[in-house]
Design a protein around this ligand. Structure first.
Ligand code: IN0
Length: 413
């Protein structure tokens, strides 16, 4: 019912949504026949929905490598997240995970739902990993080793300072960026880029997730670890969970805006990284999650709903992003448009208003300096208005035709 209401409110979502549904059906039909690859691809579809579709468009060898990389990281994450595993058992598993991927016999039961299946049947992932080219295997092993060690370090360490926050995000997401850049290079289609840019790509996505998932994480039972840095939240409340209480609404929104401003710092690096990509499929694979992230931040900024429920981009807008992201012009337009949504939400009484505004203006300047913004008007917003009004007119014309048809048949009876 909710989705029907959303489509009626945004009728132009319908076409991209149908296209996405059909692409998703098509991708599910293309599951490879070998049991280990069949397991890996169906698992990928279960754990990542729209992202799996974009992976599907990569060339075969790179696609297989990214699929295995994604599942190995998800498995590592499942071990890290499972609070029922005692620390003295968990730490050695995280540290040795990079060796387990070479061992077809290894498995460790933990996690819940589809993640439990992934862990119980991990032999399918290692079997597929052993079929990848050496360059891909080395890149996956190296990143898994560094990430496992970083996660182990943070098992007993709280995220206190902003430096801790950046360091934790580097282990769980920045390294994903470094690993993906290595895989792209190993595929022979892309140049190697500076690690700092690959790191920013991961940090921007991960910081957006940490902001968006505040309520889900703080309410999790058993209690989940939190990654909002004390250096930021302690300026506003005494305990991180105090942000969710109604009496602290003003402070909560100020703290949220501080967090969003911190995340926006990575945007210019991300734009640089994406502008250096050459392969169309790799470009889409990288750009779609980034546009979703800036869209989510624009939605979350100054929005108390982050502390009350789920704040996510609607499915139709996600479908539009997937449908319309093809080149750097689309990316600059999207970043420009979404920062334009955020800009008027900056309240001059917010303690970080000046800083936020200068970040937003720097992003808009980077988009303007690309020189492509004048060629096309807008990415999402104006087209939403244009299509919506067209669709409303079409809707009323169809309604009028049905009405006149019904009245003429009634008259002839
Ligand atoms: C990712 C990233 C990802 C994709 C493309 C380029 C990247 C470059 C650097 C770092 C990460 C990059 O994208 C996924 C996106 C994703 O999974 N989306 C979910 C939706 C959601 O809201 O979570 C979906 O269901 O579609 C991502 O978030 N991460 C990720 C993990 C592994 C790989 Cl190989 C690529 C997770 C994270 C922690 C942000 C790195």
């Amino acid at each position: 019912m909710g989705s029907l209401a959303a489509v009626l409110r945004h009728p132009d979502d319908l076409y991209p949504l149908l296209k996405l549904k059909m692409a998703s059906r098509q991708a599910e039909k293309q599951i490879p026949p070998e049991p280990h690859w069949a397991f890996c691809y169906s698992m990928l579809h279960k754990v990542s929905r729209s992202f799996a579709l974009v992976i599907q468009q990569l060339g075969t060898d790179l696609r297989n490598a990214v699929c295995i990389f994604y599942l190995v990281l998800r498995a590592l994450d499942t071990v890290e997240d499972d609070t029922s595993i005692p620390t003295d058992v968990k730490v050695p598993i995280l540290i040795a995970f990079h060796r387990h991927v070479y061992d077809r016999e290894w498995h460790f039961s933990c996690g819940t739902k589809e993640y439990k299946v992934l862990m119980d049947q991990f032999h399918h992932v290692s079997t597929a990993f052993l079929e990848l080219g050496k360059g891909y295997q080395d890149a996956i092993e190296d990143i898994t080793k560094r990430m496992g060690a970083g996660m182990a370090k943070f098992i007993c360490k709280e995220v206190e300072s902003i430096d801790d926050y950046d360091e934790y995000c580097y282990y769980v997401a920045g390294l994903v960026g470094l690993g993906l850049s290595k895989l792209f290079y190993a595929s022979g289609t892309e140049d190697l880029v500076p690690d700092s840019l690959s790191n920013s790509m991961g940090l921007f996505l991960q910081k957006t997730n940490i902001i968006r998932d505040y309520l889900e994480d703080i309410n999790e039972i058993p209690k989940c670890r939190m990654f909002w840095p004390r250096e930021i939240w302690s300026k506003y409340v005494n305990k991180l969970e105090d942000l969710k209480y109604e009496e602290n609404s003003d402070k909560a929104v100020q703290c949220l805006n501080d967090m969003v401003t911190n995340a926006l710092m990575h945007v210019e690096d991300c734009l640089k990284y994406m502008s250096a990509l050459r392969d169309h499929a790799i470009f889409r694979f990288c750009a779609i999650p980034q546009i979703m992230a800036i869209g989510t931040l624009a939605l979350c900024y100054n929005n108390i709903e982050v502390f009350r429920g789920v704040v996510k981009m609607r499915r139709g807008l996600t479908a539009k992003v997937i449908d319309r992201t093809n080149n750097m012009t689309d990316v600059y337009l999207a970043f420009y448009d979404f920062s334009n949504i955020l800009k008027p939400k900056i309240n001059k009484n917010d303690p970080n208003a000046t800083k936020t505004l200068s970040r937003v203006e720097a992003i808009q300047k980077a988009c303007m300096d690309s020189g492509v913004l004048n060629k096309r008007k807008s990415y999402i917003i104006q087209s939403e208005l244009r299509y919506s009004s067209t669709m409303i007119v079409i809707f009323f014309i169809i309604l009028a035709i049905i009405f006149s048809y019904l009245s003429s048949t009634r008259a002839s009876k």
